[in-house]
Design a binder for this molecule. Structure first.
Ligand code: CAA
Length: 260
């Protein structure tokens, strides 16, 4: 699949790199780029060779947010129709049934922080800067910031983030629990890959179930979440990977999972 604003490559380990490539605008997320994110997410979700995904801006900025120039002249009906539909690109990333890691360098602002939030884990370089400056533009975060950020770092910290529109360095973000790991810029992609490898040595079906349980659980009450978890837990006993994982434990060897 050819993209205008994305570069997608999968290595021999099955780790796909989804790199935003609009450096002239600091990877600002215009409608076309967001739609491409959705198409790439569909492709990576379906591709059996892909075991994990790293979303990144590479050595440049992660993303400086929604495209302000594209949005500036729009009115509510345009936003409700065009942006309402196209933001599903973010949700498609969130729903890839495989580990998805954001590897963040430079600015991750507004929609950039929101894109990192639809990933399962965030590895950030020492120079990364996060923030939701939408309020300084007379708007609010519109790609999940008011919903996903409080679920991750708690409502009071999220309100400070969103109400002040301030930029936060990576140490502040680590303290808040926004980022999983801070690494030197030169090591960013390798560290993200290391984390991906630690996940994908485990079975793909169990990983997909674990992701679905955490994400569904965050959207529901405890007892519905527990019931969902119990169903997934039980269903995993119909997989070859469960038989292999437990046999390997008893035989004191390393399990060889097939994702079946
Ligand atoms: N939209 C459109 N263009 C953007 C952009 C954005 N979000 N961010 C940067 N750019 C463009 C700049 O306009 C500039 O283009 P020109 O060369 O044509 O002037 C180019 O990228 C380089 O940017 P700067 O010259 O501004 O670079 P800088 O290093 O001085 O500053 C920055 C970098 C702090 C990230 C600054 O560009 C900035 O504040 N950007 C906007 C951040 C922001 O407010 N994001 C929220 C957007 S709204 C949103 O995200 C809504 C949502 O929920 C989806």
């Amino acid at each position: 699949m050819e993209f205008k604003y994305l570069v997608v490559e999968t290595d021999e380990e099955g780790i796909a790199l989804l790199r935003l490539n609009r450096p002239e605008a600091k990877n600002a997320l215009n409608l076309e780029l967001i739609a491409e994110l959705g198409d790439a997410a569909d492709m990576l979700a379906r591709d059996e060779k892909v075991r994990a995904v790293i979303v990144t801006g590479g050595e440049g900025d992660f993303a400086a947010g929604g495209d302000i120039k594209e949005m500036s002249g729009k009115y509510a009906p345009d936003m409700l129709v065009a942006y309402g539909a196209d933001l599903s690109g973010f949700e498609k990333i969130e729903r890839i049934p495989k580990p998805v890691i954001a590897a963040v360098n430079g600015y991750a602002l507004g929609g950039g922080t929101e894109l990192a939030l639809v990933c399962d884990m965030i590895v950030a370089s020492e120079t990364a800067v996060f923030g939701m400056p939408e309020i300084t533009l007379g708007i609010i975060p519109g790609a999940g910031g008011t919903q996903r950020l409080p679920r991750l770092i708690g409502p009071n910290r999220a309100k400070e983030f969103i109400f002040s529109g301030s930029f936060y360095d990576v140490e502040a973000c680590r303290e808040m629990g926004l980022v999983n790991k801070v690494v030197p810029a030169a090591d960013l992609l390798e560290e993200a890959k290391k984390l991906a490898r630690r996940c994908i040595r485990n079975g793909a079906v169990a990983l997909a179930c674990a992701k679905a349980c955490v994400n569904e659980g965050l959207n529901t009450d405890l007892y519905s979440g527990l019931a969902y978890e119990r169903k997934c837990f039980s269903l995993l006993f119909s997989t070859e990977d469960q038989k292999e994982g437990m046999a390997a434990f008893k035989e004191k060897r390393k399990a060889e999972f097939k994702g079946r």
